[in-house]
Structure formats: C-alpha cells, structure tokens
Design a protein around this ligand. Structure first.
Ligand code: NAD
Ligand code: ZN
Length: 359
C-alpha cells in the first residue's frame, strides 16, 4: 500500500497517493446534501469514472457531464452547454463540480465552475501525468478562442486536488511521456538532485508517487510566490518559448502533430543551448540535459527555422517585439526575462536539428 501525501503549500490541500479515496469521501461529506456534478470526457468516463464510483458509492447519484475528448472541446460553446446543464439540473452556489480528467477537463471545468453564478466550488481529480504535475496546479483556468489557446480565462482555485497515480494505468504511453517533459523541466529549473533521480530511473522504472509529489511541490512553491505570473512564475516557461513555436508549427504541418510535452522537450534542448551561450551554462550540463531528454523523446527534424521564429513573435510573453526567454545558468537554477536576438535563436534551432538521433 502506498502512503498518502498531503501538500499544504497552496491555499487548498493537495492529496497524492493511491489511498486518496477516504480523504475524498471525507471531503465530500459536507456536500452530501448538495448537488454534485462530475465532468468527464469519453476516455475518463470510461476508464476513471467507474473506479471513482466503485470507491465512493454515493457518487452514483451525482450528475455526470460528459464531453468528447480533445483540445478542440476546450471552447466557449462547450462551456455554454455545461452552464445550460447546470441550470437545468438546478445547480446553485452550494453545488460542487468534480473535474475528472486531463488538462482539458481541469481547465474547462475550472473555468465553467469559476464563472457559473459568479463561481461555484470545484475540485480536480487529474488523470493524465501532465494534469497531475502541471495543469491542475496553480489556479489558471481557461478555454481557447477559435484556435488561439487559453485566450478566455480566469484565475480560480479549486477547493482541493486529489491525485491518484493509479489513473495513469490506462493512459496512452505517448501521453504519459508528454507529461514527463514538464517533470524534467521542474528538475532543470529547481532541483539538480531531482534530475539525477529522473535520469537513474527513466520513465520505465519511475516512482510516480515520489515524482508527482516532488513536481507538485516545485510548481506549488513557485505559484505561491507569484500566483498571477508577474515575475517568478515565468520560471515555468523554460523550454516553452521555442517549444510553443514547435507545437504550433507541427499543428500547421504534420498529420500526426507533436504533443505539448514533445514540443517542450525539443524547446528545452534549444533553450539549454541558449543558456550555454548567454548565461554560461556549462557544456557538461548542456550535454547532461540532452542525455536525459534524447532517449525519451522523438527528435523533431522537419522544420523551417524562419517560420518557427515568426511563430515565436506571436508569443504573449514577448514585449516590444523582442523574444523573451526563461533560461538556466546551471541545472537547478533559473533566470527569467532574457531577450535574445533572432540569429542566436536560429543557431540554437540548428544545433538541435543537427544532434545525432539517440532514441
Ligand atoms: N492551467 C494550467 O496551468 C495548464 C498547464 C499546462 C497545460 N494546461 C492545459 O492542459 C491541456 C492538456 O492536458 P492533457 O495533456 O492532460 O490533455 P487531455 O486532457 O486532452 O488528455 C489527453 C488524452 O488522454 C485521455 N485521458 C485522460 N486521462 C486518461 C486516463 N487516465 N486513461 C486513459 N485516457 C485518459 C483524454 O481523454 C485525452 O484523450 C491543454 O489544454 C493545456 O492548455 C493547463
Ligand atoms: Zn507546458
């Protein structure tokens, strides 16, 4: 039996472990006479909801709100259908929404609940690795506007988060690995020892309880210091300036586009190269970063540098047309707000393109 961990860093508790159900039941008791809604997508409805209901019997009477899976559903039209369903089922200010799913469900459900009747309570039960260590933590909720990501959103905190690594069993391997990129990022920006642990176990022998706890702790501490991303929350953007450009480029050009974490993995290598150029990250550490990322992530080769740089200019983090980066002077430390010239960015993209394929 694995142990149960409770994190109190943020204003709401985060429970982690395969024994979360008694805590969850305890928490839900105060809602026993209230209306409870559970938001799922097709996959979490099939794989995760039965496990939840088997463990917490009274949730059988909860109203299930089910949507199709995928990023496309994170939009305002789906919100409207959810708000309509809440109204139709007489949801009121005392109702609770349980978001059972990946980042699409936690972002969409968080936004729907935070805006319904000026905000009803919600909790997250994240079911993808990415949502366990990243999307569910930190109070950002949003939907996309047409194809522009996260344009409509609000900061809204859940009442609590319950993370059960057992949900990962049914998650597609590629999705699992995608989430792993954010975990590597946490180690690179905050904790050198953590990177050593990740390197020694790899994904295959990963101790998810330990890793989730560690990553939740790292993200929570950063969010606690800067909840609204005025300054140090930008640390979490390491790998994301170039990574987001890879992600958009791949969406434009590939039949089977890169997942977010796959794009971030490539972005982290390029941005580690920039860190070596700008902040004197040691070559030995640059090579170490490559040796952690390369065996896990497929290398992305077919891209056009000019278009990638154009895409970076659209990034909302940029001010005055300069491209802004979070970089690392050494493994385990970060420096925000580095503005970099296009020719050096091109150089980093070429460096990445010419790496030998190791996977
Ligand atoms: N709010 C934030 O701070 C934040 C941070 C990072 C990412 N995000 C958002 O998170 C979203 C991506 O999240 P994601 O990668 O979890 O995507 P997702 O929610 O689309 O989940 C990925 C796929 O896995 C399926 N799935 C989920 N759990 C499963 C399980 N246990 N077993 C089997 N299948 C399962 C889903 O149905 C989906 O098909 C993006 O919209 C991104 O913008 C938000
Ligand atoms: Zn990310």
């Amino acid at each position: 039996m694995s142990s149960l961990i409770k994190s109190n860093i943020l204003d709401y508790p985060i429970f982690i472990g395969e024994n979360i159900f008694p805590e969850l039941e305890n928490f839900l008791e105060k809602y026993s006479s209230k209306k409870i809604f559970i938001l799922v997508d097709e996959n979490t409805g099939k794989h995760c909801l039965p496990l939840l209901i088997a463990r917490i019997k009274f949730l059988k009477s909860a109203k299930i709100l089910k949507i199709k899976s995928g990023e496309k559903r994170k939009n305002i039209k789906i919100c409207k259908t959810l708000w309509d369903k809440l109204i139709f089922s007489n949801a009121d200010r005392n109702s609770l929404l349980i978001n059972l799913g990946g980042g699409v469900i936690t972002d969409l459900g968080g936004f729907t609940a935070s805006t319904f009747k000026r905000g009803i309570g919600f909790i997250h039960l994240p079911t993808t690795l990415l949502s366990m260590v990243d999307a569910s933590i930190g109070g950002k909720t949003a939907v996309n506007l047409d194809n522009i990501k996260n344009q409509i959103g609000i900061f809204g905190n859940p009442k609590a988060i319950f993370i059960n690594p057992a949900f990962l069993i049914t998650l597609d391997k590629r999705e699992l690995i995608s989430g792993y990129a954010e975990i590597i990022k946490h180690a690179l920006i905050c904790d050198k020892e953590y990177l050593k642990t990740l390197k020694s176990t790899g994904v295959k022998d990963a101790d998810w309880n330990f890793i989730i706890k560690k990553s939740v702790e790292i993200k929570s501490k950063i969010v606690k210091l800067d909840p609204k991303e005025n300054n140090i929350r930008k640390a979490l953007n390491f790998g994301h300036t170039i990574g987001h450009a890879f992600e958009s480029y791949s969406l434009e050009n590939d039949k089977n586009p890169l997942l977010h974490g796959e794009a971030i993995a490539a972005g982290m290598i390029c941005e580690a190269y920039l860190s070596a150029k700008i902040l004197k990250l040691k070559e030995k550490e640059l090579n170490e970063i490559i040796s952690v990322i390369s065996p896990v992530f497929r290398q992305y080769k077919n891209f056009e540098i000019k278009r990638l740089i154009e895409l970076m200019h659209f990034d909302k983090k940029n001010v005055n047309k300069k491209i802004n980066f979070t970089l690392i002077p050494e493994i385990g430390k970060y420096k925000i707000d580095n503005e970099i010239e296009e020719n050096l960015i091109s150089e980093s993209l070429n460096f990445y393109k010419n790496l030998p394929q190791r996977r």
